[in-house]
Design a protein. Structure first.
Length: 211
């Protein structure tokens, strides 16, 4: 049996303990141009090298790297929101509904569903896996495989639907969870898709987190 690795690195860093609360962003295949990804990668690498060269303590370095990851994600997500080019399949209500139904289907089976918002070319998601043994990468594989199959059938197309790699972040405390949920729900408002998040048909917040 393949050994479970809670931490690994591809284009994005991943730290996925067996249980936790996770903030995940998944995007459509080819939703960002290669030159944008390369530029973001180079900017991050330059900033990382600067941190290593100037940090005066291990704690300072850890904080700086954590903040770097947050800035990198914010820039990455900003480009996604601003990119008006295809693919934007999640703008189609019937495609978005496939993802929404899948997210709720696995609620209380593989995770507790906390929050999500679907944007035209990506979605943000928060799930709690403390009471469920299935690791995050398997959850996302199941979710992506299932929704891609149905969406491609509806679109009468073949090929990759989702970008293989997703962004994921372990939510460390209640204040961070509040901030992330607010960020997710405000996303379509800031993008000009809606005036109030409550009116957006493809957003959700678990009622227990309304307070």
């Amino acid at each position: 049996m393949k050994q479970f690795k809670p931490e690994y690195y591809r284009y994005l860093p991943h730290f996925q303990p067996k249980d936790g609360t996770f903030f995940v962003t998944a995007r459509l295949h080819h939703s960002l141009p290669k030159e944008v990804l390369e530029r973001l990668k180079e900017e991050k690498q330059q900033a990382y090298r600067h941190i290593l060269a100037t940090s005066t303590s291990e704690e300072e370095r850890k904080i700086a790297i954590r903040n770097l990851h947050k800035r990198h994600f914010a820039n990455w997500d900003k480009y996604l929101d601003q990119n008006q080019n295809d693919p934007q399949w999640l703008k189609q209500p019937e495609i978005a509904q496939i993802v929404v139904e899948a997210l709720h289907f696995w609620d209380k089976k593989s995770y507790e569903l906390v929050c999500y918002t679907l944007m035209p070319n990506h979605f943000h998601l928060v799930i709690d896996t403390y009471e469920y043994p299935k690791p995050l990468y398997r959850i996302m594989h199941s979710l992506k495989s299932y929704t891609a199959k149905l969406a491609n059938k509806l679109l009468n197309r073949t090929g990759a639907f989702w970008q293989e790699e997703s962004y994921d972040h372990v939510v460390r405390n209640g204040q961070e969870l509040y901030n992330i949920n607010k960020y997710i729900l405000d996303n379509p408002v800031k993008a000009g898709l809606i005036n109030n998040w409550e009116d957006y048909p493809f957003s959700y917040l678990n009622p227990k987190y309304l307070e």
